[in-house]
Each structure stands twice: as C-alpha cells, then as structure tokens.
Design a protein around this ligand. Structure first.
Ligand SMILES: Cc1ncc(COP(=O)(O)O)c(C=O)c1O
Length: 365
C-alpha cells in the first residue's frame, strides 16, 4: 500500500508525447490552454501558470510589495517553502497560532501578531481544508494587508461555494509530483485583482511580456525591463501533463472524497482518535486525511507492522534554525504537533486497502 500516488492519466502521456514530438516545449500554446482550462473548468480567477508552488508564493509576495522592512504572518504548520518564500523577499516570517482541531491559522492569533510592519497574511489550507477566510479577510481589510493563500494542498477545495483560487487577492497552487493534480513540477498564481494579472504574467519571465515583445529586424525580442523578474514560467511539456491530468481530475477527487467519507464514518468512535473538524461552509480537497491520535507512535508502529504507511507529512517549520527555532507562544500548534497523523488517501487506494486501514485502526493500539 502506498501513502501517496502520482496520478498520470493516459491522456497526459499522449499529450506529453505529442508536445515532445512537436519540438515546441517552452512556454506557449499548451500553457495558455492549461490556464484557460484552470479558469473555465475549475473556476480559478486569472491563473498564471508557473514552474512551482514556491515560485507562486514568492511572486505573490513580490507583487504585494513585501520587502526587507516587512513582516508576513503565517502558520508554522506547513511545508518549509511557505516560510522560505518570505525569507527570499528579505522579509520576516511571523508565526501565528493554529486551531488545534484543524491545523489552520487562527484569526484571533493573527490579530495578536499584527504590528506596524505587517504587510501580508499567508494562510495555508492544511491537507486541503480551507481556512477561516472570512476572519482572515476581515483583519486584512482593517489593516490593508495583502492575503496570499497557500493552496498547495487545496486544488479542488471550495469556501462558501467559491473555488479556492477565487477568494483572495492571491492564491498559490502547487502541481508538484505528489499533488492530486500534477504537472511533474509546477504551480499557478491566481490574481483576483485585474491589475495584478499582467504584472504577474510579465514577471514570471524576467519582466518580459512574451506575447507583446516581438523580435526586431536583428532577431532579438524588443523589451525594456523596469523591475526585477524571474524565471518562473511553466513550460509546454509540464502544461501538457497538467491538461491531460485535468480530464480525470473530477473523478479522482470524487474517489478521494468517498474514501475520506468512509474513514470519517468508520473511525468516528475509535477510542484515542479524533477527526479534524471540517466546517459545513467549506469543502476540503481531501489531499490529506489528518486525524488526532493519542500515543501516536504506538499506532504508527502497529500500522507499519501490518504494511500500512502513515505520515505526519509536515512538522512545524519554525523549529528550523533558519526561522530561529520553535516559538513558545503557540499552544494550538504544540497540541496539534503532538497528535496529528495522516492515513493513506489517494485515488488509487482500493476499497480493500481502505477497509484494511479501517480494520487495523479499529483494533486499537
Ligand atoms: C504547504 C505547501 N506550500 C508550498 C509548497 C511548495 O510547492 P512546490 O513544491 O510546488 O514549490 C508545498 C509543497 O509541497 C506545500 O506543501
């Protein structure tokens, strides 16, 4: 039994081969088709395809004007990329607490962390379950802060009927190998404000607008770049894989949701185990199935002995020296850190494997 899967559809293989044979593999028509599909089929607002989720976070911070004098508020319950993108801007990551029942940023803690230097809030949708965006947006409006959602886990999730990718000024997605929509490596930045979009498009490729800069008689593209840009664009090969994988994404997401629903129902009354909370106004992308477990290591060893893999996936990132070590004032984070565990969840998991996980956990530890 695998803990993660890397879903590559037959259509993705066909499109990748077609693209390789075409000899046109840099950013071009396939990237545009992938962006159009993300917008039209998935409801994302102005998605700009990039080569990673980290690039999307970094670009969003740059477009928010975050620099060395600024602070950005984030949870420690995430992958190191979230905090690293802030450091890459020379800014200071400020860790706020999470709700220990969800793993998501707690708006009341964000409020306590606000200072004169705060410039942006960077919530992470842990495991694909959306944060309390209303609470976060209210603080952002009050203090004129940019909200950048780290939706690396949350492609396919929704909040109050709106897709994640259509709610905040910026939303960053990751299409890295084990994400439930993959392009191999890749990402997208969604821009709610129309004026952010052309800047994001230009700065993903050194600040040069590929569509508008035509070659001169000398054969070189004509451009005059005024601001720092990056080598962050997605290429057509990755976009072909993404386009192919999008076709059966709804089916795969539905399969994940069915497995998660069975886990929720069948494991609800197991002593020593609690479900994470999902509010009724949002739908998780069910990238991870996180439970809160007493004597976690005993359960991990017991399941491993039966060939069932589990993982915490990411531990708190503030403990890394680069961020200065674990913060003592995050009780919700400490509580979550001691108990959270993810069970196998992916579209390739068979009913038999799902039932084996359920039976093994229900036997107790
Ligand atoms: C929460 C979170 N944010 C950001 C990233 C970075 O995405 P990428 O690997 O595409 O750069 C990841 C990647 O796994 C992640 O889990």
């Amino acid at each position: 039994m695998e803990f993660f899967s890397t879903p590559i559809s037959e259509r993705a293989v066909e499109l990748a081969v077609e693209t390789l044979r075409s000899g046109r593999i840099s950013e071009g028509e396939r990237v545009r088709a992938f962006e159009t599909a993300l917008a039209e089929r998935c409801g994302l607002i102005r998605p700009v395809a990039l080569n990673s989720g980290t690039a999307a976070l970094h670009l969003a911070l740059a477009l928010s004007g975050v620099g060395p004098a600024d602070e950005v508020i984030l949870p420690a319950q995430t992958f190191i990329a979230t905090g690293m993108a802030i450091l890459m801007r020379g800014a200071t990551p400020v860790f706020a607490d999470i709700d220990p029942e969800t793993g998501n940023l707690a708006p009341e803690s964000v409020r306590r962390k606000l200072t004169e230097r705060s410039r942006a809030i960077l919530p992470v949708h842990w495991g694909g379950c959306p944060c309390d965006l209303e609470g976060i947006h209210a603080l952002a409006r009050e203090r004129k802060l940019s909200v950048i959602e780290d939706a690396a886990h949350a492609f396919g999730a929704s909040y109050r009927g709106k897709p994640i990718g259509a709610c905040s000024r910026f939303t960053a997605f990751s299409f890295q190998a084990i994400k439930h929509l993959t392009t191999g490596d890749g990402g997208a930045l969604c821009c709610l404000e129309a004026e952010d979009y052309p800047v994001a498009v230009a700065r993903r490729w050194f600040g040069i607008d590929r569509a508008k800069s035509r070659p001169s008689i000398l054969g070189e593209r004509v451009y005059d770049v005024a601001a720092v840009g990056y080598k962050y664009h997605m290429n057509d090969l990755a976009a072909a894989v993404g386009l192919g994988n999008l076709d059966d994404f709804p089916k795969r997401l539905a399969r994940r949701r069915r497995i998660a629903a069975v886990y929720r129902e069948q494991l609800a009354k197991v002593p020593g185990l609690r479900m994470t909370r999902v509010e009724s106004d949002r739908e998780s992308a069910d990238w991870l199935f996180t439970v809160l477990v007493e004597r976690r290591e005993v359960l991990i060893r017991k399941l491993a002995a039966e060939g069932i893999p589990t993982s915490i996936v990411h531990g708190r990132i503030d403990r890394n020296a680069v961020f200065g070590g674990p913060r003592p004032d995050l009780p919700g984070q400490a509580e979550f850190e001691a108990q959270h565990l993810c069970l196998p969840l992916h579209a390739e998991l068979s009913d038999a494997d799902r039932d084996r996980v359920v039976a093994a956990v229900r036997k107790g530890w």
